[in-house]
Design a binder for this molecule. Structure first.
Ligand SMILES: *Cc1c(COP(=O)(O)O)cnc(C)c1O
Length: 397
């Protein structure tokens, strides 16, 4: 059994804070400052350019990729790190469209994160071949899969509502009609019991700064199914995805397997912090994590239902249909969230009316959930959110 009291002790959470926003930015692992300091002074400072070989910087994207692979059910050698998630979405989508040249439809849903949709729109413009982005309601994805679809690009867990798709079923249906599947795991990796190999996805992408706690700007990951990887032609054909980067050939040749999805120089300092975060994940069984997440979420939902009559649950109740966050609607959600944050209970707000709470058993326990419910109930009962300072919008909500 995973010892979640022990994992909680490995995070540096400020006194008096109940952190329910690990779905947006995970907290600092206590080991990360030393690890990054070592990478800076011991490696960069002492080794200079030789750090690429001596400190193994060049191998980090594949090594850390494999450690993330374990958390998402990906076999070794099929996941690599680099760039941001938006870039990884672009890479996966460009590769998938090239594998289905006779088809023109990208299928996604209105619960997808805007950046994924924007990347698709930009790529369609750039290709100029008449592709169409077909966006349907989350409940209608399955019915919209037909043999015009080149690729289904879906984020497994909806960033606003926390609704979870039945990805294995959707992928099976996509494959039946000859479409490919891209699975965005931004709110799945380190959050739910995702298994990319069992679900037989073609591509999976995700970020490492949310539930995985890699730190702001930590690099993203991409996984390609082993049966496809040797066919994939990288659209972002950078030198570090080349078969022999240090041969400095004028022509591009894709590197072996997943290495071809690398683009340019990896963010070595950011990877040092992520490495420290992944040490914590080595202690975690994903089945235990999922069970604990559902138990804490149920406790939160029941507590809010009993104490906060003004809030409407936006997250599905059925376990199979939710990820690891709980969302509520309130017409003044932004101000309510600011009032909560002022009391040290940190969640976030997503327009137009969603209060979001990430449920992260790695560092949240029942007492944290109960405190969050109590503070939220008091704010709503007293109406103390209705002050000018709580209505003023910041740039990041
Ligand atoms: C968080 C998130 C992103 C963010 O992309 P970045 O390039 O890392 O800023 C993209 N897609 C989804 C589904 C997300 O949840």
């Amino acid at each position: 059994m995973t010892d979640f009291q022990a994992t909680k002790a490995l995070f540096a959470l400020p006194e008096g804070v109940t952190y329910l926003d690990g779905n947006s930015l995970g907290p600092l692992p206590k080991a990360a400052p030393d690890r990054t300091a070592r990478a800076m002074t011991g490696e960069w400072g002492e080794m200079l350019i030789t750090g690429w070989n001596r400190a193994g910087w060049m191998d980090q994207p594949a090594k850390l990729g494999d450690r993330i692979g374990r958390l998402i059910g990906a076999p070794e050698g099929t996941t690599v790190l680099g760039d941001t998630l938006s870039i990884k979405v672009h890479q996966a989508l460009a590769a998938a469209l090239a594998l289905r040249p006779e088809r023109r439809v990208i299928l996604s849903d209105s619960g997808n994160f805007p950046s994924d949709l924007y990347m698709a729109q930009g790529l369609i413009e750039q290709l100029g071949r008449g592709h169409e982005l077909r966006v349907v309601a989350p409940e209608e994805v399955e019915a919209a899969i037909d043999d015009d679809v080149a690729v289904m690009m879906i984020t497994e867990v909806d960033y606003r509502t926390g609704r979870r798709h039945d990805m294995p079923a959707l992928i099976a249906k996509a494959h039946e009609v000859g479409a490919l599947a891209i699975w965005d795991l931004a709110h799945s990796a380190g959050a739910v019991d995702v298994d990319v190999a069992a679900a037989d996805t073609d591509f999976a992408v995700g970020c490492t700064y949310k539930f995985l706690n890699g730190g702001p700007g930590a690099p993203a990951f991409i996984h390609v199914a082993p049966r496809l990887i040797d066919e994939v032609q990288p659209a972002l054909s950078g030198w570090l995805g080349h078969a022999e980067p240090f041969a400095f050939e004028p022509g591009y040749r894709p590197g072996p397997a997943i290495a071809r999805m690398r683009v340019g120089t990896p963010p070595v300092l950011a990877m040092a912090a992520l490495d420290a975060a992944l040490d914590i994940w080595d202690r975690v069984d994903i089945g235990d994590l999922r069970a604990a997440s559902l138990a804490l979420s149920d406790r939160f939902i029941a507590g809010v239902k009993a104490a906060c009559p003004g809030l409407e649950l936006a997250t599905p109740r059925a376990h199979a249909q939710r990820g690891s966050q709980v969302s509520f609607r309130h017409p003044q959600g932004y101000a309510v969230m600011q009032a909560l944050i002022a009391q040290g209970v940190i969640g976030d707000f997503r327009a137009p009316d969603i209060l979001r709470f990430g449920i992260t058993p790695l560092y949240l326990d029942e007492a944290d959930i109960d405190r969050a419910v109590e503070v939220l109930a008091t704010i709503l009962r007293k109406g103390s959110w209705d002050r000018p300072e709580f209505h003023a919008r910041a740039a990041v909500t």
